[in-house]
Design a protein around this ligand. Structure first.
Ligand code: FNR
Length: 380
């Protein structure tokens, strides 16, 4: 079957992945209200097109900090991309490199930052940071990231806990994998995934798990003790951000901001950027939708700091809506994962190319010669 839109890729991902893993990627939390609200907020926006502009095409090149990118797009950090396809994080890094956009590596990646760098030497890597309970381990990760040439640290601020996902409790999906009849049956029903992903890991590096800490601590400490150390710090605060500012010489972005007050606080601390995000509807199920708060946040801090946004981008027009509301770039999380599941590296490249093509054609239809023009004239 031809894969012509995000729904086609999503359906292909559903066919290929074990149910527990597919639902982990695809679904939200609790009653999944946030996912519906993100959709509603984007669907309510319309553009007022200009006609007869004489533009043959539109320009999507974007400057972020001191660099120019082909499109205002960043591959979002997503935990466990390496379970969706073998070496999935490295594949995403290579895709980003081909598209001329950054890839933000998740703290909860299956592949370590060092190995991703080896597999994608040209990629612009950002690192998403969850502050671990064990701060020494956290600072160790920052040092390794700096050595791996990571330019930008994205600190996720909206995940103080693991969210409640009862569907995953029912279908036996957990990390680390705890064998259950349900979970084993789920995996056994997807023999292609089992051979191409799981067995490949088992025959090479062993049972896949979060790799960033194992890369450093393959020593006397037991895995259980390590796991305690790398639980996400629930009590993360602005004081931690100040500490990280002392230790990290690159740029710092805070991800998961939904209030003007938090945006102002970040700006006043000298943070380089924020991502206005409700984590794709995966954390606080009653969180505001990013599109509903983005304009007021851009008004408050947009002139002085880089404002980005994410959540719910499934079509090029969704991405343009966030940009028209004033942010300078957008992140996409699930789309590249659907692409990876459907067709590995090529699948991820294809789905993002499709997204960029859709962004371009919508920009042309709106009569905007570039994103700035859309911002000033576009929203109806
Ligand atoms: C995520 N997201 C995420 N964010 C983060 O800061 N650290 C992480 O480890 C993860 N992990 C993760 C796993 C999976 C499977 C998904 C789908 C998402 C959130 C991600 O960065 C981004 O905010 C959302 O995915 C954006 O919404 P869309 O594009 O998926 O709708």
């Amino acid at each position: 079957m031809q894969l012509l839109n995000a729904d086609d890729y999503r359906a292909a991902a559903r066919r290929h992945l074990p149910k527990g893993l597919f639902e982990y990627i695809d679904r939200g939390t609790e009653a999944e209200l946030a996912i519906a609200d993100i959709r509603r907020s984007l669907d309510n926006i319309r553009f007022r097109p200009s006609v007869l502009t004489g533009h043959a095409g539109s320009n999507m090149t974007t400057s972020l900090f001191d660099r120019t990118y082909c499109s205002p797009l960043i591959i979002a950090p997503t935990a466990l991309a390496g379970l969706v396809s073998h070496d999935g994080e490295t594949k995403l890094a290579r895709v980003a490199s081909k598209l001329g956009i950054p890839f933000c590596v998740s703290t909860q990646s299956v592949t370590s930052i060092d190995d991703i760098r080896k597999g994608a030497p040209e990629a612009e890597l950002w690192l998403q940071l969850y502050v671990w309970r064990n701060r020494d381990l956290t600072w160790g990760l920052l040092d390794r990231a700096q050595k791996a040439g990571v330019s930008t640290l994205v600190i996720t601020a909206d995940t103080p806990l693991s969210p409640k996902r009862d569907y995953n409790q029912r279908n036996g999906f957990s990390v680390p994998f705890v064998p259950s009849l349900r979970g084993v049956w789920d995996v056994a029903t997807r023999p292609k995934w089992l051979c191409s992903v799981m067995l490949r890991y088992l025959m090479t590096s062993g049972m896949p798990t979060y790799a960033h800490y194992l890369a450093e601590f393959k020593t006397a400490i037991t895995r259980a003790a390590i796991a305690e150390d790398v639980k996400i710090e629930s009590a993360i605060s602005w004081a931690d951000i100040a500490e990280i500012q002392k230790r990290w010489s690159g740029r710092i972005i805070i991800k998961g901001v939904l209030s003007v007050d938090d945006a102002i606080r970040a700006r006043d601390m000298g943070i380089d950027g924020i991502v206005v995000s409700s984590h794709g509807g995966r954390n606080l199920d009653v969180a505001l939708a990013p599109a509903d708060v983005l304009p007021e946040i851009v008004d408050a801090v947009g002139a002085e700091m880089l404002v980005m946004a994410d959540s719910g981008i499934r079509r090029g027009s969704d991405a343009l809506k966030y940009l028209a509301l004033g942010c300078r770039a957008v992140m996409v999380g699930r789309l590249p994962l659907y692409g990876l599941a459907a067709g590995g590296e090529q699948g991820a490249l294809d789905i993002l190319t499709m997204l960029i093509d859709e962004m371009h054609s919508n920009l042309v239809f709106a009569g905007a010669k570039d994103i700035d023009a859309l911002r000033t004239a576009g929203i109806a």
